[in-house]
Write a protein that binds this ligand. Structure first.
Ligand code: ASP
Length: 428
């Protein structure tokens, strides 16, 4: 069966890698990758849903397929068409037979195919990797996360930068008491709020972060000011708060940041003598966003109250560049969530982008990075990733991770593995 080739995507001209994309019979995403550096001796085909691989030997303008493993239906045809297009050779030899296999990637959403090589606007947000979210909170969380993604997308539509979009999206979530960031932050052992946040601009790798800040409504805005108005990357505690005052950011009384839910959460945690375990993240709601703007610029922002019942002065991964997030226009942007001590040890965000640099799809890269953290440290978490070409993924190993994404004017959102409900809204 020959399927229509959806589009040819010039993935990375500097590295001379080209990706062709199409959909399989059941709508699965199929990719054919060609490395032009070697004058096209081989075409490597990957199908993220089935994690299969197939190598094509290209010789004298013809393709001879060398099958390895199981190949998703239609994938071979995609690679054939791609190579035919590239070589200007309609005469392609038949390939070896293949078996059908289309397992579903749980907890991820592959990006829909793009119609051309122009840059799509993309915003993806997360509301924190956590244990189960109660039924009564689910709708509020879904609404909050969708609102944040919509806000980020509106900023991009109006010509705003990726940095503007991630700041705008995360600010919505910091102001929403359902999430563990800004108002609604979890409490430390003394019943106090200490928040961490970071932001990064993929254009020039400029970054800003704050940690253990208390009386501020929007730590992400402060992180951005650190990035733009100081020669530093990271301010902490009193220094960060003094800088906020110098920048004219009004002080927010602690009572305004502390909710009844976070008080109860701390009480419960103390009763359970809950030492935070890597494989049992109990927080809900650390927030983050990644975005790709119309100029092809990438950015991320991550903001959190940290982990409940934490020691005074504990700083997690969220403000640490490379762990809580990373953005580089040459690769992609990531924001992470989950067990902070594990995320720090594996540098989760940079690790995921390393896999993208190595030629993995966004789905494979997210899975490899999260599985590494789980197998090495039993650490659970999640991440959102958008590549420089606009492919995105939301993936997690914790029980839940509310996420929402807008691309090409379409909003999609989900909460957890059991609740795969998504909503589609036309934002064009
Ligand atoms: N990563 C955050 C921290 O450890 C918490 C979370 O994302 O749930 O501070």
């Amino acid at each position: 069966m020959i399927l229509p080739l959806k589009y040819i995507q010039h993935n990375d001209f500097n590295n001379e890698v080209i990706t062709a994309r199409s959909s399989g019979a059941q709508g699965q995403l199929l990719l054919a990758k060609v490395n032009l550096q070697n004058k096209l001796p081989r075409t490597k085909l990957t199908s993220p849903e089935s994690a299969c691989e197939l190598s094509f030997l290209v010789a004298r303008g013809r393709i001879f397929s060398l099958q390895r493993g199981t190949v998703a239906s239609g994938a071979v045809a995609v690679a054939q068409q791609f190579a035919a297009w590239w070589l200007g050779q309609p005469d392609i030899l038949a390939t070896a037979p293949h078996r059908e296999s289309v397992p579903c990637a749980r907890g991820s959403m592959a990006a829909p195919a793009r119609g051309s090589i122009d840059v799509s606007l993309v915003v993806v947000v997360h509301g924190g990797g956590a244990s189960n979210i109660s039924a009564d909170r689910k709708e509020r969380v879904r609404e909050g996360i969708a609102k944040a993604a919509t806000e980020g997308y509106k900023i991009l539509k109006a010509g705003g930068s990726a940095v503007d979009a991630v700041e705008g999206a995360v600010t919505v979530l910091e102001n929403d008491p359902e999430f563990n960031a800004g108002c609604g932050s979890v409490l430390n052992v003394k019943g106090d709020v200490e928040m961490d946040a970071s932001i990064m601009d993929g254009r020039d790798l400029s970054a800003g972060a704050v940690s253990a800040v208390r009386c501020i409504a929007n730590p992400t805005k402060l992180a951005r000011l650190v990035m733009e108005k100081t020669p530093h990357c990271f301010l902490t505690g009193h220094g960060a708060e003094k800088f906020a005052a110098d920048m004219g950011i009004p002080e927010t009384p602690l009572e305004k940041l502390i909710t009844e839910r976070s008080k109860k959460h701390l009480e419960k945690e103390k009763l359970e003598k809950g030492a935070q375990k890597a494989d049992c993240p109990k927080n809900s709601g650390t927030v983050g966003a990644v975005a790709l703007d119309c100029k092809g610029n990438l950015a991320y922002a991550t903001s959190t109250g940290g982990i409940v019942n934490k020691m005074v002065g504990r700083v997690g991964d969220s403000p640490c560049i490379g762990a809580g997030g990373y953005a580089d226009n040459n690769v992609g942007a990531v924001s992470t969530t989950g067990h902070g001590e594990s995320i720090l040890k594996v540098n989760l965000a940079r690790l995921a982008l390393f896999h993208v640099e190595q030629g993995k799809t966004v789905d494979e890269a997210a899975e490899l990075a999260l599985n590494y953290m789980k197998s090495k440290l039993k650490g659970l978490g999640g991440l959102i990733l958008v590549s420089k070409t606009g492919d995105w993924v939301a993936k997690w190993t914790s029980a839940t991770m509310p996420w929402a994404a807008v691309k090409n004017g379409k909003l999609q959102a989900g909460i957890d593995l059991c609740d795969t409900k998504t909503m589609t809204m036309d934002l064009c």
